[in-house]
Design a protein around this ligand. Structure first.
Ligand SMILES: *Cc1c(COP(=O)(O)O)cnc(C)c1O
Length: 854
């Protein structure tokens, strides 16, 4: 290793001189980071090139994963983990006199997604690469990712996320693969050779989409690892996108519309805004990616005969569902296939993953708007809808109500989920309960039309990032006991359960948890210092040491996720401790984190409530040593990597039936937290895997009960408010002035109060059944405290919970997709190809334009 380390250090010096004109001792951190990554990058380029050659050479069936969002986080640390070079890199840094953690913190956190959906896409890319499947990821290179959140006196302020400020050493601009995408225009009718109507286009707007590639490095112990491509489209760097004619006509905003198309990510999680630019973004992804897919196919094929065998396209949520009409158009209009042939191909190739049952999150587009922006695609959707409706009428004669429910276009709106289901050969939910709800409720009609179309693939997370990389101490704990096979075969993780009752393992586990808590405290100290210039004295008022239970809820702020329930519980606890300081045994450090969509007022009020609560509780001398509340600003992947290993208790308390899967829940368990939860999403399967015996903190109404309650309209939060004293007291505190210090706070908290007891005008009170579950949540939290007073017992539970996570690796999810949906085979890099590329690469060292002075 020493020789390797010295060579690598030399390479870094080389890049500093050749690309920046700096020597190693004078380079600043940013330059050093860039040279370092460039050297590392060189190592993986060989495998990347060979992997890509292999796909073409072997003509494998390819998976193309289309997603409007990804959340890769930082790449450097994960990349060296995946090529098993962490120790080597640490040694190199030692040689060069630089600090590892400082270097890592140089890198921006890539957050070109909102939350779980984008993070899932990134976990899937990691698994596809590690399992060596032939795959390609497509997405958008938003110039500004998810906003940076700052809290100013409890008010969320959104700042732009400038992740591209410095040159990103991991991305490759691919000018040769730029494509044009067309919007608007006048469709001109023509017949194709099958005497079917197709449309050419005149007077359209054309936008150039330029791809930037990120390498996705598969984990491997040996040097023959795969590297996949995440291809992100941008319209920014194409001068032709600026419409000079419009600029000259004084329409400055419109002139730059196409240049700025990929500027910002829409910051809505589980909510659709229906904005025009968003529709243009979605079509850009679809059209550019399809052109790229077809170009790739054409490299080895002259006809489309083999296309349905070679191509699989997975649509991550409905956002890229326009692939269905666009592929139809390309086949019928550009390539003269018949509608029947094109439809068979389209349906065979496409699969759709549903991520939500929330009505407000289901995508619909105004038909007139779509028709104006995408006239040909809209006509095709109309055509497909006519065909679809007659299929329904054939199977269910006379059932016009059913036709209206299933129709793709209804009431002047295009329903993207209906389009996605009709155009796909498989539709999947993301956890068993979620898929069942799709079949029995949201898409019941579709299920009755075609039962085989619906399958479940439960989500997972990559154990490489979410244990091996983010929690090295616990990873080592596992490795010492069961070896390292779990890194690529997570079913082996089960074996850690054999050590749950072992006192020595329990002690070591608790020790590691403590160290991780200190690491977390360190992070928030630094973060607060940087953001607000906070002093250590101030911090002492807001944190509790490692002996306290770290009770964590980190996720997007959304009413259905019920951060409000946890806030009310803390209020109840606060009242209780204040009344009777003696009875309280367990110190509790309640940690929140998460962004609210900028336009989501209720969510912002909830953040404000948590802020008011923290201020009250943290400064009250009667409770100050018993409980503290802390809001971690700007929750993102990098923060999650530090918070999750430090957590004792994972809060997964959504209204049962509403969280499709959740993946945060899995990350916590893998890192040795216990879960307090409703029986929702993947929690159900996690419980079954851990077994009820070791899953002690389940509470609340079931999904069935909630659906029943909604149907019968028989839920009344006022009954609970009136009959449960501690709940009444907590709710009253929202408006009695005890928490607030100014008018704005009074208004925010009274809005929260109103949403619980009266409901906003036209909407029922407490729509997410917070009060209905609050009492049982409160009782369950009592049991949490009881168990926490017995640390070794707690550790025993925690280790059993870790073991039970064996089925929740993204590797398992990907294998299931490959089997149930894609019919995809592994395709490791061809060894001859690897050899050839290595050979070609290594020759460069012998080339010197200017001979050395000798
Ligand atoms: C895992 C993850 C999520 C998803 O969390 P849920 O609790 O499943 O909603 C969101 N954001 C980030 C940064 C994550 O890492």
């Amino acid at each position: 290793m020493e020789f390797q380390a010295q060579t690598f250090a030399q390479k870094v010096r080389h890049y500093l001189i050749t690309t920046m004109g700096r020597t190693a001792d004078e380079a600043n951190l940013e330059e050093f980071y860039r040279a370092f990554c460039t050297s590392l990058r060189e190592e993986i380029m060989i495998n990347w090139t060979a992997t890509m050659h292999t796909f073409i050479k072997q003509k494998s069936r390819m998976l193309y994963y289309l997603s409007m969002e990804y959340m890769p986080g930082r790449l450097f640390g994960n990349n060296i983990t995946n090529v098993s070079a962490v120790d080597l890199i640490k040694r190199v840094l030692q040689i060069l006199g630089r600090d590892f953690s400082t270097l890592i913190s140089m890198e921006p956190d890539i957050g070109i997604g909102n939350g779980g959906l984008g993070r899932l896409a990134s976990c899937f890319m990691d698994s596809l690469a590690t399992l060596q499947y032939p795959a390609f990821g497509y997405g958008m290179r938003y110039h500004y990712g998810i906003f940076e959140q700052e809290l100013m006196c409890g008010v969320q302020v959104e700042r732009p996320d400038c992740w591209l400020l410095n040159q990103n050493p991991w991305e490759f601009r691919r000018d040769t693969h730029a494509v044009n995408v067309r919007f608007g225009g006048n469709p001109i009718e023509r017949k194709n050779s099958h005497n079917e109507t197709v449309y050419d286009l005149l007077d359209y707007d054309e936008v150039r989409a330029l791809p930037y590639d990120l390498p996705i490095i598969g984990y491997s112990h040996d040097p023959n690892f795969s590297v996949l491509t995440l291809r992100l489209w941008s319209t920014k760097e194409s001068p032709r996108n600026f419409q000079l004619q419009r600029y000259n006509a004084g329409e400055i905003g419109q002139a730059s519309e196409n240049t700025s198309l990929t500027d910002v990510l829409y910051p809505n999680d589980n909510h659709e805004a229906g904005k025009r630019i968003r529709l243009k973004q979605e079509f850009l992804l679809v059209s550019a990616s399809l052109q790229d897919i077809i170009r790739h196919y054409r490299e080895k094929h002259d006809t489309f005969n083999e296309f349905p065998d070679k191509v699989r396209i997975q649509i991550n949520d409905t956002h890229p569902a326009l692939v269905i009409p666009e592929l139809m158009r390309i086949l019928t209009q550009e390539n003269d296939l018949s509608f029947m042939q094109a439809w068979n191909i389209t349906r065979t190739c496409c699969g759709y993953t549903n991520h939500t049952v929330l009505k407000e999150a289901l995508e619909e587009w105004n038909a007139a708007r779509m028709s104006e922006l995408l006239p040909r695609q809209f006509r095709l959707i109309e055509h497909l809808n006519g065909q679809f409706c007659s299929e329904i009428r054939t199977k269910f004669p006379g059932d016009e109500a059913r036709v209206r429910q299933m129709s793709i276009i209804e009431g002047g709106q295009v329903r993207m989920a209906n389009l996605a289901i009709y155009g796909s050969h498989k539709v999947n939910g993301v956890a068993r309960l979620h898929t069942e709800i799709l079949k029995s409720s949201l898409f019941k009609n579709f299920y009755e039309l075609d039962t085989d179309k619906f399958v479940n693939v439960t989500n997972g997370v990559t154990q490489r990032r979410w244990l091996l990389y983010c929690n090295p101490k616990l990873a080592h704990f596992v490795e010492k006991r069961i070896g390292n096979g779990w890194i690529t075969d997570f079913s082996q993780f089960r074996k850690i359960g054999d050590f749950a009752a072992d006192p020595e393992s329990q002690q070591e586990f608790l020790c590691i948890k403590k160290e991780n808590k200190l690491r977390f405290l360190d992070m928030i100290r630094k973060d607060m210092q940087e953001r607000h210039g906070t002093t250590e004295e101030f911090m002492q008022h807001h944190i509790l040491g490692a002996e306290a239970i770290y009770d964590v809820q980190i996720k997007r702020i959304h009413e259905y996720k019920r951060q409000l329930m946890k806030a009310l519980h803390l209020l109840m606890l606060y009242h209780e401790v204040k009344d009777n300081p003696q009875t309280h045994r367990v110190k509790r450090f309640a940690i929140f984190g998460g962004k609210a969509a900028p336009g989501y007022k209720v969510a912002k009020n909830i953040i404000r409530l948590i802020y008011c609560l923290a201020r009250k509780i943290n400064h009250d001398p009667a409770t100050a040593h018993q409980m503290k509340v802390f809001y971690v600003e700007n929750y993102n992947v990098s923060k999650a990597e530090v918070i999750i290993p430090a957590a004792d208790l994972s809060e997964q308390i959504s209204t049962a039936g509403m969280e499709a899967s959740g993946t945060g829940n899995m990350k916590f368990s893998i890192n040795g937290a216990l879960t307090i939860c409703t029986d929702d999403g993947a929690n159900v399967e996690m419980r079954e895997s851990v077994t009820d015996e070791w899953w002690p903190f389940l509470f609340g109404a079931s999904a069935d009960e909630n659906i029943e309650m909604k149907k019968k309209h028989n839920y009344n939060p006022l009954d609970i408010y009136a009959s449960k004293k501690p709940i009444k007291r907590a709710i009253d505190a929202l408006i009695d002035g005890s928490l607030t210090e100014n008018d704005a706070e009074v208004e925010a908290l009274s809005n929260v109060h109103q949403s619980l007891l009266e409901g906003p005008p036209g909407i029922i009170a407490d729509r997410f059944f917070v009060l209905n579950d609050l009492m049982s949540y409160y009782e369950t939290q009592k049991r949490v405290e009881e168990l926490y007073t017995n640390p070794s017992k707690w550790a025993e539970y925690a280790i059993h919970n870790m073991a039970g996570m064996a089925p929740f690796s993204a590797d398992v999810s990907i294998d299931n997709y490959a089997k149930k949906i894609w019919g995809l085979e592994h395709c490791p890099p061809d060894l001859d190809e690897l050899h050839r590329v290595r050979e070609e690469y290594s020759k460069h060292d012998r080339c010197r334009v200017i001979p050395n002075d000798q």
